[in-house]
Each structure stands twice: as C-alpha cells, then as structure tokens.
Design a protein. Structure first.
Length: 385
C-alpha cells in the first residue's frame, strides 16, 4: 500500500483506499487513480473540498459518507458509477452536477443542505434512498430517460413542493415520496404501471390524486396518512381499479383500498368484502363508522390515526381483524360488536386506554365478554338490544 501525507493508495496506485480522518481542507486525488474505494473518506468531517481527476471511473459505496464539512465537489465525466450512499450525510453539500456518464443514482441521502441537483439524460434509475432526507430540496426535474423511481428515493424531502415525473417512468417504488409533507401536487403519467407500498404515505399537503389507466399495481398503504387529500380519481379505462366519490376500490368493488384523509363520512358499498391495509389511515375527520354485513376482513392499520373516530360498529360477518387496526384512535369511546362469541382483537388496540371505551355486545353474550381476558379491560360491557 502506498501512502502520502493524508491518502492511502493501493499498491498499483490506482485506488484510493483511505484518508486520515483528521485531515482538514482540500483533498487532491492524484492523476492515474481510477477508483475511490468504498468508505475511503468515511467520516472525514473536516474535509471541505475534493478534486477528482478525469482518470477516475468509479466512486465506491459510502466513499464520502459523513463528510459533514464538504461544501462542493465536481464529479468528472469519466465517472460511470457512483456507489450507494456515496455522499450520505454530507450535510454541507449544497449543489451537485451529475455527469452524463452516470446511469443510476443512489448516492445523496441525508444531504440536508442540498438545494440543487442537475440530473443528466443518461440516468435511467433514481435508485433506492437516492435523495432520502434531503430536506432543503424544493423542486426536482426528472429527465425523460428515467424509468424507475426507487425505494425511499425522495422520502422525507419535507420541503419538496413540486416534482415533474416524465412519461418514461414505469415504477414508483416503496416509500418513494413518503413524508414529503409540502408536496402539494403530483401528476402520475400514463407510463406508470406500479405504485409501491407507502409510496405517498404522509404527504399531508396533497389534495388530489389522479390514477391513469396504465396503473395495474397499487401496493398497500400507498396513500396512508395523506390528511389533506380530498379525492382519489381513477381513469374509467383502468382495468384494475376504480373510484367512487373520490374513494379508491378494486375494479370489482370487492376491496376498499384507500379513503382520502379529508373524508368526514363514508357509506361503504355492500359489495365490499375487505377493507384494505391502511384504508382509512389518517382520516382525522371521521367520527362514526358502520361496516356493512358484506365485509369479512379488516386489514392492518385500517383505521390507524382516525383521531376523531368516536364510535365503531363491526358486524359478525367480520372474521379477521389484523393488528394495529385502531392504533391512535384516541377519541374512540364506543365499540359495537355483533359477534355471539368473542373474537381476538388484542392486537388491534396497541396504544389505547381500553378503560375509556364502552363495549356493546348482543343479547346472551354478556358473561362471555365480561369474563374474557381482553374484553374485561373495557370500561363496561353493555347488552345491546
């Protein structure tokens, strides 16, 4: 291994493998180096600037992670690969120009001062965690070369107000825009076929969503906790999904998938057999819920965060209620169960004070409920005639 005053190089001098962690100021990488190895400058918190020669073709995983004083960097056109989280946590980095030799971006999560990113037409994928937590980004233009927006790509970009998704994108990954609390509008192009799990979760400023006919997969909780959402509209020609009164359903109306967070009331159609995961999550204005006899299953976190919900009526047709169903339903004071035998709801109320909730049950079931290890914790059990 070769070493100068502050850099460690591979024996052949072509790879930077490390740097003195206490080095301050500007680093100049020697000509002839082709690779900056993974973790090479990890935690060099006093490093302010770096000069990379055009002999370098690859920057490794987390190569500059934690370089909290790094304010600028120029990546030469010779670089074809930038590793995952290469600039993770470079909290002083304000702008970046990505060369048009790069095809995938995974590198800039938690760059909290980053305000400007120039993405070239060569990029086909904005990869997993690419800009997660870049809280100073306010807008982003994605070139029409991009086909995939990856998992966590823009998660928690809390000041992102607008983003233009080109007609080339086919997949919006899991948690891609989760927690983008200032994102007020987004247009999903008709090239998109898949919207991932929790893709827009917690986008509290979104007011409407239009689903084009191209989308055939919407994973669970895609629009959970979108508390400012008034409507979800689906193109009439979509083969997999439909909407009624701004609520998202499967095309056959058997599954209720997502209710906009601003809905204060809803009458569930009697065709529905399943209330999906996170279906009502974040519906903070909902006060009363009567579930029709057609429903047999209520999914995970279906009513989580319904902070104004005071009363819930569940018919005996419901045989499965998943965990965390009523998490943070802090105003719930009445639960009406129509079941003649107690069903297991012990995982459905993870954080509620059951002693404040009155349970209403059918005639002839009072003894079973009052002596049940879970239901005995309720304020009282009342026979409902």
């Amino acid at each position: 291994m070769k070493q100068n005053d502050y850099l460690s190089l591979s024996r052949d001098g072509k790879t930077v493998v490390g740097c003195r962690r206490d080095y301050e100021g500007v680093v100049v990488i020697p000509d002839g180096v082709t690779e900056i190895a993974e973790y090479a400058f990890f935690g060099c918190s006093a490093l302010t600037s770096i000069e990379i020669p055009d002999s370098v073709t690859e920057i490794g995983q987390e190569a500059f992670a934690g370089c909290t004083s790094l304010t600028s960097i120029e990546i030469p056109e010779s670089v074809t690969k930038i590793g995952e989280e290469a600039f993770y946590g470079c909290t002083s980095l304000t702008s970046i120009v990505i060369p048009d030799s790069v095809t995938e971006i995974y590198a800039f999560s938690q760059c909290t001062s980053l305000t400007s990113v120039d993405i070239p037409d060569s990029v086909v994928e904005i990869g997993n965690s690419a800009f997660w937590g870049c809280t100073s980004l306010t807008s982003m233009v994605i070139p029409d070369s991009v086909t995939v927006i990856g998992i966590h790509a823009f998660r928690d970009c809390t000041n992102l107000t607008s983003i233009e998704i080109p007609n080339s994108v086919t997949k919006i990954g899991r948690y891609a825009f989760s927690g983008c609390t200032n994102l007020s509008s987004i247009e999903i192009p008709n090239s998109v076929t898949e919207i991932g799990h929790c893709a827009f979760q917690g986008c509290t400023s979104l007011t409407s969503i239009e689903i084009p006919d191209s989308v055939t997969i919407i994973e669970v909780c895609a629009f959970a906790n979108c508390t400012g959402l008034y409507e979800i509209n689906v193109d009439d020609n979509n083969p997999s999904y439909c909407s009624k009164d701004g609520v998202l359903y499967s095309k056959d109306m058997l599954r209720l998938i997502a209710v906009p967070g601003c809905k204060a009331s809803i009458e569930i159609p009697d065709s529905v057999t399943k209330i999906g995961n996170c279906a009502f999550s974040g519906c903070t204005s909902l006060t009363l819920m009567v579930i029709p006899d057609s429903v047999t299953e209520i999914g995970y976190s279906a009513y989580s965060g319904c902070t104004s919900l005071t009363s819930m009526v569940i018919p005996d047709s419901v045989t499965q209620i998943d965990a965390c169903t009523f998490e943070d339903c802090r105003s719930l004071v009445e639960l009406h169960l129509r079941h003649k035998k107690p069903i297991d709801l012990s995982a459905s109320f993870p954080d509620l004070d059951l002693s404040k909730i009155t349970l209403y049950v059918p005639i002839g079931t009072g003894y079973a409920y009052r002596h049940h290890p879970f239901y005995s914790k309720f304020k009282e059990v009342v026979i409902e005639r």
